[in-house]
Ligand binder design. Structure first.
Ligand code: F6R
Length: 617
């Protein structure tokens, strides 16, 4: 995890670095630091444990010198506790003229550290990173060539890393290397940037280049060179960032999460835009490279983690029902270690907001090696997953900054509806009329989400009222089941409350023993018009828990008067095609978790122990 930023150019470097770190803070927030080479040619470094605000305060009180080159880091600790000493940058060599930051894990650091200790190196931290700083400094002392020294060292490192380095004696250049961790270049006019993702520099430039695996970047104010670890030049195409810089700021909202929940009509609308016509026809040009595979797909495996995996669960229902292809959902980190059966007719769909989740990346690499085709559903342009997959279907949710995923989730589900309709159309599993009708229902979703948001007072009050709850249970059936799981996850991560999601039908097989007097149970109720009469079954489940003392809060379709008889509160959402209901029913659960967390005085955007982009296995 960790966020990294680098800059060479005429702007005030400290401002550029701190601005970039602010937008990357979601990647890790247990310490932060920057190094610059000031106009006198001296390397200055400042780093502090705790959130970025502590570093900003420190620099405001005692400013760093005016500088036009620098690197910055926001940390999610792996090796060594979050202390000032373990914060990045780390300095290398006895002269301490070299500064280095790192995202990832250097797996062979113990062996390298022993070698350095024997040679007399003195370590100031417990991190794996400092090893790299000392190694590059030692090589530079020998050769006097920074690029060559850096190349020599990165070739020796095992594991995952994005490393940025600069040296007081080479004041015009920042070097960067990447293996199994993200790195993007921002191209400016007389200035250039490096970042873990484009959010780091989107306010300064929209032109970017995604750096490939095992590549080194030589960044100067007016030039950018890329080479592989062997030193051969590499050419990479630039792309235009379609995120608006203002989308990555709070814009007056109390938290990024509040803003991102409110962004959902747009996130879903933008994901549908240009892919779904007003006639309900789906056109996914992005999937052109899979055209010959589609008639032959014998199985789809959706790989993802966390919230993205719950979105995938909803996708499973839609793809199986509409495209009639067998689908399984696998947690990425389990999938690759259990010898799954993959053939050239298996389509693996990797779902990830960041496109950098290491577990999901490893799962896709494994699937590709086994001969399967990989489609990625990803929210971040230029992300590793998007580049490594055979095809990519971008969700257009815009930058998601709050650690708990909200708008990316609804955009992921939307993409899977589009995928399911595309596959169904291509395979002719339903009449075009039926599929177009679903397509036209999809088009209504942005306005319907807006309606849910506009009538959210009751759920907000409930969130506040339940702030002392010790445990909250969530029940759902069919597509409501993954939403129950997602509601429970949101509450765990934001409010640190024990919560569980259950398939409502599973309750009587054990979990009902948990119900005692006053236990809050949130139930996602299917439409009374459901053709499989699931509504009646869920109402029975509600009665079962109520009989044992539960306080039931129902999320139900407008006009469902039956359920009102058994619930202490009913949150109504608009009537929608049964398969599309998750996009609406999840919204009150997001709001519930956010309000409860805020009522407990917790940090909604940056919950403890978490980072948004999990780039370690
Ligand atoms: C929870 C959450 C995580 C992510 C998971 C996968 O709110 O955000 O569970 O969904 O870490 O992340 P991506 O989608 O970036 O692969």
């Amino acid at each position: 995890m960790c966020g990294i930023v680098g800059y060479v150019g005429p702007k005030s470097t400290v401002d550029v670095l701190l601005g970039g770190l602010k937008r990357l803070e979601y990647r890790g927030y247990d310490s932060a630091g920057v190094s610059v080479i000031n106009q006198q040619g001296d390397l200055e470094t400042r780093k502090r444990a705790g959130k970025l605000a502590i570093l900003v305060d420190d620099i405001t009180k005692t400013p760093l010198g005016e500088a036009h080159i620098g690197i910055g880091h926001t940390r999610w600790a792996t090796h060594g506790a979050p202390t000032d000493g373990n914060a990045h940058p780390h300095l290398g060599g006895t002269t301490q003229k070299l500064s280095l930051i790192h995202n990832g894990i250097i797996e062979n650091f113990a062996e390298l550290k022993s070698e350095l200790l024997e040679a007399g190196a003195v370590f100031a931290s417990e991190t794996d990173t400092e090893v790299a700083a000392h190694l590059v400094a030692a090589e530079y002392d020998k050769s006097g060539n920074l690029i060559e020294s850096f190349r020599t060292v990165v070739r020796r490192l095992h594991g995952a890393f994005t490393i940025l380095v600069m040296h007081e004696d080479e004041p015009g250049v920042v070097l960067a290397a990447r293996r199994n961790a993200p790195l993007v270049i921002g191209l400016g006019d007389g200035e250039n940037f490096l970042g873990s993702d484009v959010a780091a520099f989107v306010e300064h430039t929209k032109r970017a280049i995604a750096v490939g695996q095992d590549e080194i970047v030589i960044l100067r104010k007016d030039s950018v060179e890329i080479e592989n670890f062997a030193g051969d030049k590499v050419t990479r195409e630039e792309f235009v960032i379609d995120w608006d810089a203002s989308a990555a700021s709070k814009g007056g909202w109390s938290s990024f999460m509040a803003k991102e929940i409110a962004d959902q009509p747009q996130a879903v609308g933008d994901t549908l835009m240009a892919r779904l016509g007003s006639d309900g026809n789906v056109h996914l040009e992005e999937l052109a490279s899979l055209t010959s595979l589609i008639p032959n797909i014998d199985r789809i495996i959706l790989v993802a983690c966390g919230t993205a995996a719950y979105a995938a669960e909803v996708g499973k229902y839609a793809i199986e029902s509409w495209a009639r292809i067998p689908v399984s959902v696998e947690l990425s980190h389990e999938f690759r270690y259990r010898n799954p059966i993959l053939t050239k007719n298996t389509l693996v769909v990797a779902v990830s907001q960041s496109g950098e989740t290491m577990d999901t990346l490893m799962a896709t690499r494994f699937a590709k090696e086994a001969g399967a085709n990989v489609l990625s559903i990803c929210n971040t342009q230029g992300a590793t997953l998007a580049r490594e997959a055979d095809a990519v279907l971008y969700t257009h949710a815009g930058p998601e900054v709050a650690v708990a995923s909200t708008k990316a989730f609804t955009a992921q589900i939307t993409s899977m509806y589009l995928l399911a309709l595309h596959l169904a159309t291509a395979r002719g599993t339903h009449s075009l009329n039926e599929l177009q009708e679903i397509g036209r229902e999809l088009l209504k979703l942005p306005a319907q989400i807006a309606e849910v948001l506009a009538s959210s007072d009751a759920i907000r009050t409930l969130g506040k009222n339940f702030k002392d709850a010790k445990t909250v249970l969530f029940l759902g059936r069919n597509v409501g089941f993954p939403i129950a799981l997602e509601g429970a996850l949101k509450l765990k991560e934001l409010a640190y409350i024990h919560s569980e999601g259950f398939a409502a039908g599973e309750l009587k097989h054990g979990p009902i023993a948990l119900i005692e007097q006053g236990q809050p149970v949130i139930v996602i109720v299917p439409s009374p018009a459901d053709p499989d009469s699931l509504h009646a079954k869920v109402v029975s489940n509600i009665q079962e828990v109520r009989a044992r003392g539960a306080q039931v809060i129902a999320i139900a379709e407008q006009g469902d008067t039956e359920v009102a008889k058994y619930a202490v509160e009913v949150i109504y959402v608009p009537k929608v095609h049964q398969m599309l209901a998750p996009i609406l029913t999840v919204v009150p659960l997001q709001i519930f978790a956010m309000e409860l967390s805020a009522a407990k005085g917790l940090d909604v955007d940056q919950p403890r122990n978490l980072a948004k982009s999990v780039t370690v296995e």
